[in-house]
Design a protein around this ligand. Structure first.
Ligand SMILES: [Zn+2]
Length: 72
């Protein structure tokens, strides 16, 4: 999962993002990675709700534009 958004990640965000992009996680099995992604998403939902809102609003727009700006 990649998220490049305009928001201020808190300490927990940074730790989780570092964890998600760590070599250990790249070679982890699907379930472990899904669990870690879910944990991060849950944290965003509870602590950075505006980010989740922005992602939800942004996704259909990006699809329409056929320009995955989101992943740049
Ligand atoms: Zn956070």
């Amino acid at each position: 999962m990649k998220l490049y958004l305009d928001f201020e990640p808190c300490k927990e965000c940074n730790e989780m993002m570092t964890g998600l992009s760590s070599p250990e996680m790249l070679f982890a099995d699907d379930k472990t990675r899904a669990d870690e992604s879910a944990k991060f998403l849950r944290h965003l939902t509870y602590n950075h709700n505006e980010v989740v809102q922005a992602v939800m609003e942004d996704l259909p727009k990006q699809k329409r534009d056929q320009e995955p700006d989101f992943y740049k």
